[in-house]
Design a protein around this ligand. Structure first.
Ligand code: FES
Length: 319
């Protein structure tokens, strides 16, 4: 996957603890085009890589825009973005990838953002304004001051299409969403991004009326529950490289392979980004990621080797 060098052209405060970073190609290079919902890897400091959604206008080929919330429990990524990255600095990023695409031909797009979850949905909303497709964007946040891009989304382009909701308790959100989601207009699709509890609440409220394939989710991080549970040892066999290696209870496939000189490209190492996806030739994976859809997991022909394991005693990987 290609890496790109960009220059940080502008940094702006967009809300309390949220900053946007405008990235332009460095040294005369150009930026690959991207579709709404795409994200990029960003390397804000040595040894740190994080995924951020592109929230600018996908038609603007000359720059990428990302927005980062400074997390109190930062593992280093958001703190590095807020404290170390400065205007004029060069940054290494990855090419855009999209696990959260708008559905072509949908009759209506309902976009629901919790907090900083606005970022991929803003790119979608910009696109939908440009194409004139039917959409509604709902932004849930703690307060006006915590709402990133509020001025933009209050402008004429978005009139009648954006709703802001502040400081609601979960019961209030649930009651509001029940009314909103109790009928799914034919051909409509629902897109969610936000903190895990918020997404869980919206997804559960939509479930009685919105079919799973009409609901699209973009997670920031894996659910700890998906990474827990029994982790019995198993054996991986590498079809092309050769060799069989035991993956003990407390180790991951990528750790064991790295120890044996087999490097698999990774990024998030949390089952979120899909960088480490590897073909499965035999055996049944124990999918622990949030990258694949349920249907893709059932196909059992690919797996994320950073977090996923084996249901049986042995897996044969296309490595
Ligand atoms: S490295 Fe991101 S899913 Fe495995």
């Amino acid at each position: 996957m290609g890496e790109l060098t960009v220059t940080v052209a502008a940094i702006r405060d967009e809300a309390i603890d949220v900053r946007s970073f405008e990235l332009r190609p460095a040294r005369g290079a150009s930026l690959p085009p991207y579709a709404p919902g795409s994200h990029i890897d960003v390397h804000p400091a040595p040894g740190i890589v994080r995924q951020y959604s592109l929230c600018g206008d996908p038609r603007d080929a000359g720059r990428y825009l990302i927005a980062v919330k400074r997390e109190a429990a930062s593992r280093g990524g958001s703190a590095a973005m807020h404290e170390r990255v400065r205007e004029g600095q060069e940054l290494t990023i990855g090419a855009p990838r999209n696990n959260f695409a708008l559905v072509a031909g949908a009759s209506h797009h309902l976009l629901v953002a919790g907090g900083i979850g606005i970022t991929p949905l803003l790119g979608m909303a910009r696109h939908l304004v440009a194409t004139g497709e039917s959409f509604q964007l709902l932004c849930f946040s703690r307060s006006i001051a915590h709402t990133a891009f509020r001025d933009l989304l209050s402008g004429d382009d978005y009139r009648g299409k954006v709703g802001f909701h502040y400081a609601l308790e979960p019961d209030q959100v649930r009651a509001y969403l029940r009314k909103l989601l109790w009928i799914r207009p034919a051909g409509a699709h629902l897109y969610l991004c936000g903190p895990r509890p918020f997404m869980d609440l919206v997804e559960a409220t939509a479930a009685p009326t919105w079919a799973p394939d009409a609901v699209h989710l973009e997670y920031f991080a894996a659910d700890p529950a998906s990474l827990s549970g029994p982790r019995p040892a198993f054996v991986v066999k590498l079809a092309r490289h050769g060799g069989e290696f035991e993956v003990p209870e407390g180790r991951s496939i990528i750790e064991v392979l790295a120890e044996n000189g087999v490097t698999v490209e990774t990024s998030c190492e949390q089952g979120v980004c899909g960088t480490c996806v590897t073909g499965v030739l035999e055996g049944e994976p124990d999918h622990r990621d949030i990258f694949f859809t349920d249907a893709e997991k059932r196909a059992n022909d690919r797996m994320t080797v950073c977090v996923s394991r084996a249901k049986g005693a042995r897996l044969v990987l296309d490595l």
